[in-house]
Write a protein that binds this ligand. Structure first.
Ligand SMILES: Cc1ncc(COP(=O)(O)O)c(C=O)c1O
Length: 277
């Protein structure tokens, strides 16, 4: 299927008005959600993060039934049989209008939803692990935006361009103070001395829903980490809500087998949702 379904403010639509502030300024938020057998995985966590972001930006958040109705419409637009795994992308922008950066108080938020193909399953990568490098780009520290999945993703676009080597799958990022934050498109977990640690997301980075699920299950705790802590780790993995847990096999000269804490986290995530089995 080439023309994947999309909806704007509840109607089947593929185009946006040119004055949309999401396009002009990245003035909005998004969620990328795994749709497993037609069911959005970690749905409440995604909508909670979207609501937190909308509150932080002063955008009126649509209700959960609004998004649910959009999903039902997208699924109706999708020819059978439905693939087992799809990606549901939700975008909320402040809408159009305003004078320059100044917001028009009358502007109405815009709700966009799309279905997209899911990336191929990572069964082999789960055993071999993914190959990482450090990115030179430093993430800006901005506590007011930290944790949110806002539409300004130029840092990730630039960082991704540093990973064009076919032997590299993903990059790791520090912020401007040299503190480790995350991977380009996922959160980082670090096994050290029998404990699983993940960097706090209070100055930069996205508070991932998959990360949140693992923290809530009590398998890991937050701890500030530097580059040396990562390079001397006993094991590492990345996670995001579409690909689940991805063990790290190599970073620079260091190689790791899939470790016991990673295997326990894999089992924990599969118990949280069978989509991650
Ligand atoms: C920059 C960044 N950090 C973290 C994540 C992980 O978030 P989630 O687990 O909600 O997918 C993502 C997901 O794409 C991301 O783009």
């Amino acid at each position: 299927m080439t023309d994947w379904p999309s909806r704007v403010d509840g109607l089947a639509e593929h185009a946006l008005p040119l004055d949309d502030r999401g396009l002009a300024y990245g003035d909005g938020l998004f969620e990328t959600i795994l749709l497993y057998r037609g069911r959005p995985v970690l749905w409440d966590a995604h909508l909670d993060r979207l609501k937190r972001g909308a509150d932080a930006l002063g955008i009126a958040a649509p209700t959960s039934p609004d998004w649910q109705q959009d999903l039902a419409g997208l699924l109706l637009q999708c020819p059978a049989p439905l693939p087992e795994r799809l990606v549901l992308k939700l975008v909320l922008t402040r809408g159009g209008g305003g004078r320059g950066y100044a917001v028009d108080p009358a502007s109405a938020p815009r709700r966009i939803s799309r279905l997209l193909p899911a990336p191929p399953a990572d069964a082999a990568l789960r055993e071999s692990g993914i190959r990482l490098r450090w990115c030179g780009l430093r993430l800006s520290r901005q506590p007011r935006l930290a944790g949110l999945k806002h539409l300004n993703r130029l840092e990730q676009v630039l960082a991704r361009a540093e990973c064009s080597d076919p032997d590299i799958d993903e990059g790791l990022l520090c912020d401007s103070s040299g503190t480790v934050v995350s991977a380009i498109a996922g959160n980082l977990f670090v096994g050290r001395g029998g404990r699983l640690l993940t960097p706090p997301i209070n100055a930069a980075g996205v508070a991932g829903t998959c990360r949140g699920a693992l923290l809530a299950a009590g398998v890991a705790v937050e701890q500030a980490l530097g580059i040396a802590d990562i390079e001397s780790a006993d094991e590492l993995f990345l996670c995001n809500s579409v690909r689940g847990i991805l063990p790290v096999g190599r970073l620079g000269d260091r190689c790791w087998p899939v470790g016991p804490l990673t295997r326990a986290a894999l089992a924990c995530l599969a118990a949280i949702d069978p989509a991650f089995e």
